[in-house]
Design a protein around this ligand. Structure first.
Ligand code: 13P
Ligand code: SF4
Length: 326
């Protein structure tokens, strides 16, 4: 595989007129670097607005795989940018803040997951995409919240399934598919914080509202949901269903920006966390990204995702198995 030529460290051409604000600076650098900006739905609205493409984990991975841009600037968290690098090693992959991690990925160190798999010979390890490249590398197949049900159905009925790292998504998948699975005990610090009490209060106040929720939520929350799905599926349902015009949204509130853009005549209520004193329903990792860091990353071509080729190839195989399911 031939690597693309390294862009010069200085952006090539001088602007014809000085940039007037950070949006112009980013736009200019994006063109000079031949960069594509990918953003997850949990990013700040202003980041979503400058992105070339916004999506859920699966859509962003496909976009990263298929782009012919020289540079992929991934406005999301580390495992997402890492997935982009695994799928498209010829491109420079940048992330605005290298510390943008994920509690689910942190809950599953690759060494322990490898050991867990070794303790279950003959089993199939399905890993949620919210995990490190090291965990992907020891997995048999990857899933995202968009395709997890189809991935579980693709495993022969006589094979034992291990599911890692999200126990809430795993438990929901057991309910959806009827397959028994052994679950790793990781959780998302955002989705486990939603308050049942506050949800009930909102339902009393808005009796006609529909509850939509991400499968990373705890079971006591999901029991109230009228619709459960990935971020893109929640967006589609809340903005197109004819059944309601008010929605209580059980996922990171960054998604409300696209909901309000797509169907502004509807009402979207972000589900609060249990703690009154913090915005705990916002992902602290996603929110590390800022416009200033995006500008600096495009200017400096740093921070950059790199990984050893043997690790990348090992992580690519289970990702490709997922992608081949369509
Ligand atoms: P989606 O794939 O549904 O966008 O989920 C990503 C994520 O991190 C949810 O917390
Ligand atoms: Fe990870 Fe949760 Fe943040 Fe998603 S919302 S990136 S699962 S910590």
């Amino acid at each position: 595989m031939t690597a693309l030529p390294e862009p010069s460290s200085e952006p090539s051409s001088e602007p014809s007129s000085a940039p007037v604000d950070i949006f112009d600076e980013i736009d200019l650098l994006r063109r000079q670097r031949k960069a594509v900006i990918l953003a997850h739905y949990y990013q700040e609205p202003e980041i979503q607005d400058i992105a070339d493409f916004i999506g859920d984990s699966l859509q962003l991975a496909k976009e990263a795989r298929d782009t012919d841009a020289d540079v992929i600037l991934f406005c999301g968290v580390h495992f997402m940018a890492e997935t982009a690098k695994i799928l498209n090693p010829e491109r420079i992959v940048l992330i605005p803040d290298m510390n943008a991690g994920c509690s689910l990925a942190d809950a599953a160190p690759a060494k322990r997951v490898r050991q867990w798999k070794a303790e279950h010979p003959g089993s199939v390890l399905i890993s949620y995409v919210n995990c490190s490249a090291g965990v992907k590398a020891v997995s048999d197949i990857i899933c995202t919240s968009s395709n997890a049900v189809a991935v579980v159905h693709s495993i022969p009925a006589d094979r034992q399934i291990l599911f890692c790292p999200d126990r809430n998504l795993g438990r929901w998948l057991i309910q959806q598919t009827g397959r028994d699975m052994e679950l790793w005990q990781g959780t998302c610090i955002v989705h486990e914080t939603f308050s049942e009490q506050k949800l009930v209060k909102l339902k009393v106040r808005y009796p006609d509202a529909k509850v939509v929720a991400h499968p990373e939520c705890e079971d006591n929350l999901l029991r109230y949901a009228d619709f459960i799905g990935s971020t893109s599926q929640l967006l589609k349902y809340a903005t197109t269903t004819p059944d309601a015009d008010t929605f209580i949204v059980g996922t990171e509130p960054g998604i409300l920006h696209q909901m309000e853009k797509a169907a502004p005549d509807r009402t979207y209520l972000a589900l609060p966390g249990m703690d009154e004193t913090c915005a705990c329903n916002e992902c602290p990792y996603m929110r590390l990204n800022t416009l200033e860091k995006i500008r600096d990353a495009l200017r400096d071509l740093q921070p950059r995702l790199e990984m050893p080729e043997d690790l990348r190839l090992a992580a690519l195989a289970p990702l490709n198995r997922m992608m081949s399911l369509g």
